[in-house]
Design a protein around this ligand. Structure first.
Ligand SMILES: [Zn+2]
Ligand SMILES: [Zn+2]
Length: 392
């Protein structure tokens, strides 16, 4: 395993953020130099129709109904880039496409096909169990290059992605109606990614999703019963279980969780109590996070010698009724890859879907050993910072 050790962290730098607006009102945030503008003759996207949420009476949970998402573009990995180019002519996320018509370092735009909207239509009439689907859906472009991933980006580019996440996270949490903000990435067609360009997404919710609410309840109950932080205890347990460790990192425990649901699930969990959201990261913790995330994906890709599809979610502390982040929540990134071998997928089938009980065909300790054994080429992070962002 490799270890992160910063010999020198340069003084905090800043990165400008430019805010542009498409004719249909959607925001485009460009980070770093601004090298162009939006087209004046752009055809506005009509607002999403039939978007609403329905209550499941048996569970009390909500289901987001979003039929317009079926119109999303689909350009999988089979779309070749032009020779000697890292751009794909058919990719809507490459420079020159409909979302960013010019060259960029990193960018974020409001999703053209959202499941949640800041201006949702009213729910269908005569439906007493439906509510507007309020929220926000954004797409995060890691790089303008069509080919690449968190594993192959340079340390400077990964640091920039962390800076962009921090910027959007802070902005979305600052809106009091947002109770939860979820940064995530679906990589690979196996987990529903419709575009192969390196990108992630962000959803902001006006209510706690069911599993998030359950985690909050568990943390509160443990605090009431034991008088201490359950997340600190989980970090300590991960540190004691060397057989589940995947990588060494000063600021984050990087391990296959004790009760892993997916065969090669990995959690990157903040060690420091009080590090609840991306905005809480110190300069050295930002770098540690960037290095840890890249190392996990490098290990995934080395596991079977191919780009391993995964779901990656940033678990930031949700807001309580008082708007404050949950006190005992530790920031974590969770990687959930569906593969159980080079060729076989773990499918979330009848039992998992209907009961919530996961059946993992792999011993977590063996998965961790396999991931820890992957050779990771040394990468130099010297001189790299995760910059603060500021409006241009
Ligand atoms: Zn592209
Ligand atoms: Zn804690």
């Amino acid at each position: 395993m490799t270890a992160t050790a910063w010999t020198h962290i340069p003084a905090a730098s800043t990165m400008p953020r430019h805010t542009l607006r498409h004719p249909d009102g959607r925001c485009l945030y460009v980070y770093g130099p601004l090298r162009g503008g939006l087209r004046a003759d752009e055809t506005p996207t009509p607002p999403p129709t039939a978007l609403h949420q329905r209550c499941d009476l048996l569970t009390g949970g909500w289901v987001a109904i979003s039929p317009s998402r079926n119109a999303r573009p689909q350009t999988g990995a089979d779309v070749p880039t032009t020779p000697a180019s890292d751009r794909s002519p058919s990719c809507p996320l490459c420079p020159g496409g409909p979302e960013v018509p010019f060259s960029y370092d990193a960018a974020v735009f409001e999703n053209r096909f959202p499941s949640l909207s800041p201006h949702p239509p009213p729910p269908p009439r005569n439906q007493d169990l439906a509510v507007p689907s309020f929220g926000r859906c954004e797409v995060v472009l890691y790089t303008e290059s069509h080919v690449g991933s968190l594993a192959t980006l340079t340390p400077l580019q990964v640091a920039r992605v962390v800076a962009v996440w921090r910027d959007r996270s802070r902005d979305l949490w600052a809106q009091r109606r947002h109770r939860h903000v979820l940064i995530f990435e679906n990589r690979g067609e196996e987990v529903g990614a419709t575009l192969s360009h390196p990108h992630g997404q962000i959803y902001a919710f006006d209510r706690l999703p069911p599993l998030t609410a359950r985690r909050v309840s568990t943390l509160v109950e443990h605090r009431d019963r034991a008088g201490r932080c359950l997340s600190c205890e989980i970090v300590a347990r991960d540190d004691r279980a060397a057989e589940r460790a995947v990588a060494h990192n000063d600021s984050f425990a990087v391990a296959v969780p004790y009760a892993a649901r997916w065969p090669y699930e990995v959690h990157v969990r903040a060690r420091r109590h009080g590090l609840r959201r991306l905005g809480d990261l110190t300069p050295s913790e930002r770098l540690d996070l960037a290095a840890a995330l890249q190392e996990v994906v490098i290990r995934y890709d080395g596991l079977f010698g191919t780009d391993l599809p995964y779901m990656m979610v940033a678990q930031e502390a949700p807001a309580g009724d008082d708007g404050q982040p949950q006190a005992d929540w530790h920031l974590s990134f969770e990687f959930l890859p569906p593969h159980r071998s080079a060729t076989k997928l773990k499918v979330r089938a009848s039992v998992e879907t209907s009961t919530g009980l996961f059946i993992n065909d792999t011993l977590p300790e063996m998965s961790a050993a396999a991931l820890a054994d992957v050779a990771v080429p040394p990468r130099s992070w010297d001189g790299i910072t995760v910059p603060d962002t500021q409006p241009a």
